[in-house]
Design a protein around this ligand. Structure first.
Ligand SMILES: *[C@@H]1O[C@H](CO)[C@@H](O)[C@H](O)[C@H]1NC(C)=O
Ligand SMILES: *[C@@H]1O[C@H](CO)[C@@H](O)[C@H](O)[C@H]1NC(C)=O
Ligand SMILES: *[C@@H]1O[C@H](CO)[C@@H](O)[C@H](O)[C@H]1NC(C)=O
Ligand SMILES: *[C@@H]1O[C@H](CO)[C@@H](O)[C@H](O)[C@H]1NC(C)=O
Ligand SMILES: *[C@@H]1O[C@H](CO)[C@@H](O)[C@H](O)[C@H]1NC(C)=O
Ligand SMILES: CC(=O)N[C@H]1CO[C@H](CO)[C@@H](O)[C@@H]1O
Length: 622
């Protein structure tokens, strides 16, 4: 306010700015000095201009020369004027800001009076819009008394007359141009002929209407925003509720799953417990019998000892005769053992269940990077762990279902793989060749641990070392009947089967080279001459017949060069449709490759020719 009051009372310094500018730096003087010719410059500017000169100093403005460097006098008057001008322009800026603040704060605050523009002391009582000046009672008098001022328009004192004036015409604003959004004076109207202009009052009413409408809209908008916020909050709580409900449902599902598994566990454990009980009862029974037998023997012993103390010859001989005839027969002790078949298959059922669960519960860790057909990698593990046919009773129904599903899948897959385009054939060949070049270390990433399926073992095939070692016995092992058991050929299959993906396992020939190593479909015959590996269309194998090595498939034999290796690697690429037999540790390690369109899951398969042949499956470390 003070600044504003001053701005009215002080002379207008604006025109002076040019006069107060240094002609060297073109800025307002800073500590100006006057030189003898009468011109003024900033001290520093002149210092710079004259720096290094030894004679003939000239005025940068009028070129008057001085023989020696003139004594410079600080122009104190000029200094003050410049200071004032600077403080004014700063105050001006500040003033604008202050005004804005004031406008925002409203006009309710206590105001300093408006002063008379004539005496600049007494408060004004009226403002003359014609003169664009405010007057105190004293100085207003001419307006009230002299006819010369009769036409002048008076109004209550107006504060900021300067701002109500057009800068260009120095006339009060009377109109508003809506195109330019600015107030204009009557002279400006000419420039705004084409614009939509209104008298200030009219423009004000219009603007008020617009703003009021805007207020309504804003209110409306605020309502809508609140409504939306309510909706969002509702949705948020609904989402939280829904999530919590789903969580509960999922928990229920999982507890059901756990209960199912627990029931299965209980049942499985019960099978073992029952078997244990059965055997224990038998042992108890036999213990009882043996106990009785012991008593019987003791009693006989006692009688004989008693008889031996008899002195009467006749009596003694009579007793002795009876006792000599008496004898205690040895108790018959049958072999009692737990049903290994049952124990094993029960355990295998648990493993199958675990594998099935693992298969259907995707592991969160990312699958290891595979070189070729990546999509095959995931499902193959599952197929690999597909439960074996004809397991323990409890597995029965689900197994049948799984098998039918598998067959359906097979039928769907078969036609597309059966008629490959030549490009696909080339790709398949390249794929196979790429695998033939791979070093063992690389194949180990496909390593699979194979165990042997007891239920398939021929009655002369002996399994040991946790079902990883097989040999041929001269006598029958008296295995119980099983539909999956080989009855004619001394063969056994792996427990694992592979429908998808890439798998690698190794077999060690420990003694006696009369054996066959290969793969076959689960559907291969178990009886008759066609059940022999390689002698039908469902199996592929390499056979060692002493020093002769040959490949067999579909009853077709191919003789192969000899290999010294006793460790044989089998690489099965289900999707690529090939199986490689490799001599582990040899340079040219591919013994033979079979190319085929596999339509069923494949099992590792083994044939053992004569007693003394021993094969063992290596434990694979990927
Ligand atoms: C909000 O404004 C629209 C038009 O902009 C109007 O139709 C509606 O009735 C208004 N709603 C309220 C609650 O004022
Ligand atoms: C709130 O949920 C309803 C129905 O679920 C949906 O149609 C609406 O778009 C949601 N609103 C917001 C803001 O998410
Ligand atoms: C399994 O056996 C345990 C201990 O005998 C028992 O507490 C549990 O209820 C059984 N679970 C089921 C599903 O039968
Ligand atoms: C094979 O079994 C061994 C011992 O149980 C284990 O360390 C190895 O990781 C298994 N290999 C594969 C490929 O599962
Ligand atoms: C199989 O049974 C026969 C006759 O019952 C017997 O002589 C043979 O020792 C049994 N073999 C085995 C491995 O138990
Ligand atoms: C069960 C099976 O695959 N049998 C086949 C064995 O191979 C001969 C041909 O070598 C086929 O005729 C059989 O059908």
């Amino acid at each position: 306010m003070a600044a504003m009051a001053r701005s009215f009372s002080e002379p207008n310094l604006e025109g002076l700015e040019e006069e107060l500018t240094c002609s060297i730096c073109l800025c307002l003087f800073s500590s100006p000095v006057t030189i003898p010719c009468g011109h003024n410059f900033c001290t520093s500017c002149l210092d710079l201009t004259w720096a290094g000169l030894s004679g003939s100093f000239s005025c940068p403005q009028c070129r008057t020369t001085f023989k020696s460097r003139p004594q410079l006098q600080k122009n104190t008057v000029l200094c003050k004027v410049v200071e004032q001008l600077q403080s004014r322009s700063e105050a001006g800026k500040q003033e604008e800001e202050e005004e804005e603040v004031e406008e925002a704060a409203g006009r309710g605050v206590e105001e300093t009076p408006i002063f008379c523009d004539s005496c600049l002391q007494a408060p004004a009582v009226q403002t003359c819009l014609t003169c664009t000046a405010s007057f105190c009672a004293e100085h207003l008098r001419p307006h009230q008394e002299s006819p010369a001022f009769r036409a002048h328009q008076l109004c209550p004192p107006l504060r900021d007359l300067q701002r109500r004036k057009c800068q260009k015409h120095d006339k009060l604003f009377e109109f508003f141009c809506s195109q330019h959004g600015s107030c204009i004076c009557s002279l400006c109207l000419l420039d705004h002929k084409l614009c939509n202009t209104n008298a200030l009052e009219v423009a004000k009413v219009n603007a008020e209407l617009v703003l009021k409408k805007k207020l309504v809209e804003l209110h409306n908008q605020s309502e809508r925003t609140s409504q939306m916020m309510t909706k969002v909050k509702t949705n948020q709580s609904q989402a939280a509720e829904a999530a919590s409900r789903k969580r509960d449902m999922i928990r229920n599902e999982f507890s059901e799953i756990k209960a199912l598994i627990e029931e299965k566990e209980n049942n499985t454990l019960k099978v073992i417990a029952d078997e244990e009980k059965r055997v224990c009862n038998k042992f108890d029974y036999i213990c009882g019998i043996l106990g009785n037998k012991k008593k019987e023997i003791q009693s006989l012993t006692d009688q004989i000892e008693m008889a031996l103390t008899e002195d009467d010859d006749v009596l003694f001989l009579k007793r002795a005769t009876a006792l000599q005839r008496a004898s205690a027969k040895d108790a018959y002790v049958p072999t009692i053992e737990m049903d290994q078949n049952l124990m094993h298959s029960t355990y295998q059922a648990a493993i199958s269940l675990k594998d099935a669960v693992k298969h259907s519960v995707p592991q969160s860790k990312p699958p290891p990077a595979r070189t070729k057909p990546a999509p095959a990698a995931a499902p193959n593990k599952a197929a690999a762990k597909k439960p074996q046919k004809g397991l323990h009773q409890t597995q029965g129904t689900s197994q049948v279902e799984a098998d039918t599903k598998e067959k359906k899948k097979t039928h769907k897959v078969a036609p597309s793989t059966a008629t490959p385009t030549s490009a696909a054939a080339v790709a398949a060949k390249e794929l196979m060749e790429s695998f033939m070049k791979k070093p063992r270390e690389e194949l180990l990433q496909y390593a699979a641990n194979i165990t042997l399926d007891f239920n398939t073992a021929h009655y002369k095939v002996v399994l040991s070392d946790k079902y990883t070692k097989m040999a041929v016995s001269d006598t029958s092992m008296n295995y119980s009947y099983h539909p999956q058991r080989f009855t004619d050929c001394a063969q056994v299959l792996g427990f694992q089967c592979f429908k998808r993906g890439i798998h690698y396992w190794e077999v060690e020939m420990q003694q006696n080279n009369f054996c066959g190593i290969g793969v076959c479909y689960g559907s291969m015959d178990r009886q008759g001459p066609e059940s022999r590996l390689g002698r039908n269309s469902s199996s592929w194998c390499i056979e060692w017949f002493n020093s002769k090595i040959s490949s067999w498939h579909n009853d077709v034999e191919k003789c192969l060069p000899n290999v010294k290796a006793t460790k044989i690697g089998v690489l099965l690429h289900c999707d690529g449709g090939f199986v490689l037999f490799l001599a582990v540790g040899e340079k040219h390690n591919v013994i033979y490759k079979f190319k085929a369109h596999f339509t069923e899951a494949l099992y590792p398969a083994f044939w053992l020719f004569s007693s003394g042949t021993v094969l063992s499956l290596s434990e694979m470390r990927p």
